[in-house]
Design a protein around this ligand. Structure first.
Ligand SMILES: Cc1ncc(COP(=O)(O)O)c(C=O)c1O
Length: 401
């Protein structure tokens, strides 16, 4: 007997050893598959936690302290100037224990919202492919028909709205987008974001934009989805964004983030949060406030990842499979037609480097019949430049050898 949860058990890291197998490599092995920051948060985080240790006995508020929410609303206004004074910290913003749980809970909330309009028809959740696996698991867990959509180089890794059946858009409860994108490293243009917002409003679904890599960019700071919505008019209608300190501040273990946007959706989300989500401990919110107020450490982190990406790029930029990332800390390398798994295995066996085959971050695209990540491997550029040069050298040897 299989259950619905069996369909989502295939977590990418469970699949990895099955695809890669064993490696006879005897030298230094390098892990390039994990998407974890390596630049630690500044020391003042610990001071803030210590100064607020008297609050460990208190149950935290489900949506975060007012000070936390006001701090985030101010940060949003500084980062996206057209949002200054525009995000209501009471009705449009909540703390969350990292963006993961908010992304997950949003599918359940959005499905409950859409059910009311569909009068018995099954709601749809659409999730990018390749993608961070949580969106797909969220759609299935919410009991929705969960439909992946492919992201392809030919379309600049943006959704191809014209290819989606109208009948699916009409049942759509929530559509996930990730920008800057994990695993691709692409950024969505303001025009693409606004196109998505207009369609979300036309069909009345929630556009859920995962912006947790928003501060890791290398040329231009990416447009925010709420900024794009505000510019269109109708304020944040149908749009929700997610962010956290995990990548921005290298504080993945702190588990603090925020979700913000459409007040009507946020009302439902707040109800669901009160029941099913972990509150963020108040001393950790205090530490998070200090991090949202400081940009110096963020600039240092960005410069570090830029240095890692540059060092890798210098070794492999002339290879036809190289795609220069615009944001995030991953390189999405094109191994050729359906060759991602094969190259990942080759690199592991010959060079002792574990990279993530794009296939295991993908779900089959029902429109093209393809596994959109099957041509690719993902490398995390999270090490010092010397080590990244070595990574580039090993990758090059396997690609050309
Ligand atoms: C695309 C994407 N979204 C969300 C998350 C979740 O991050 P957190 O819950 O730490 O904010 C991750 C973590 O790796 C991610 O890669």
């Amino acid at each position: 007997m299989t259950y619905r949860y069996d369909q989502i058990f295939d977590y990418p890291y469970h699949k990895l050893p099955l695809v890669l197998g064993e490696s006879p490599y005897e030298g230094d092995r390098i892990s390039m598959h994990i998407g974890e920051p390596t630049v630690p948060p500044p020391a003042f985080v610990q001071d803030a936690i210590n100064q607020n240790s008297h609050l460990w006995t208190k149950y935290p508020h489900a949506l975060g302290t007012m000070e936390y929410r006001e701090t985030v609303a101010t940060w949003m206004g500084q980062r996206y100037p057209s949002l200054m004074g525009k995000v209501d910290p009471v009705t449009e913003l909540s703390a969350c224990a990292g963006s993961k749980e908010a992304l997950f809970l949003s599918a359940i909330t959005a499905v409950m919202r859409k059910e009311k309009m569909l009068k018995g028809k099954k709601p749809v959740v659409m999730t990018p492919s390749p993608a961070y696996h949580v969106y797909y698991g969220a759609g299935l867990s919410a009991g929705a028909e969960t439909i992946p959509y492919g992201l392809y180089k030919e379309n600049n890794f943006a959704p191809d709205w014209n290819s989606f059946p109208k009948a699916n858009l009409e049942r759509l409860a929530i559509f996930y987008l990730c920008a800057p994108n994990n695993p691709i490293g692409s950024i969505l243009s303001k025009e693409n974001l606004q196109k998505a917002i207009k369609i979300a409003r036309q069909y009345d679904f929630i556009l859920a934009v995962d912006e947790c890599y928003s501060e890791l960019y290398y040329d231009e700071a990416p447009t925010g989805s709420l900024e794009a919505a505000e510019e269109l008019g109708d304020h944040f209608k149908n749009v929700i964004c997610y962010n956290s300190l995990s990548k921005r501040s290298g504080a993945a273990g702190l588990r603090v983030g925020f979700v913000a946007g459409d007040a009507e959706f946020m009302n439902g989300f707040a109800i669901m949060r009160g029941y099913g989500a972990p509150q963020v401990p108040t001393p950790l919110q205090a530490a998070a406030i200090a991090l949202w107020k400081d940009e110096e450490h963020v600039e240092k982190g960005r410069a570090f990842y830029q240095g890692s990406l540059n060092a890798l790029g210098q070794k492999i930029a002339d290879l036809p499979g190289y795609i220069k990332p615009e944001g995030g800390f991953f390189v999405w390398f094109d191994a050729g037609n359906n060759k991602g798994d094969e190259l990942a295995r080759k690199i592991w066996k010959e060079q002792g480097m574990q990279v993530l085959p794009g296939s295991i971050m993908s779900q089959k695209d029902p429109i093209t019949g393809k596994l959109p990540g099957a041509n690719y491997i993902r490398l995390a550029a999270i090490y010092e430049p010397d080590k990244m040069s070595e990574v580039g050298r090993r990758l090059r040897t396997s690609v050309l050898g």
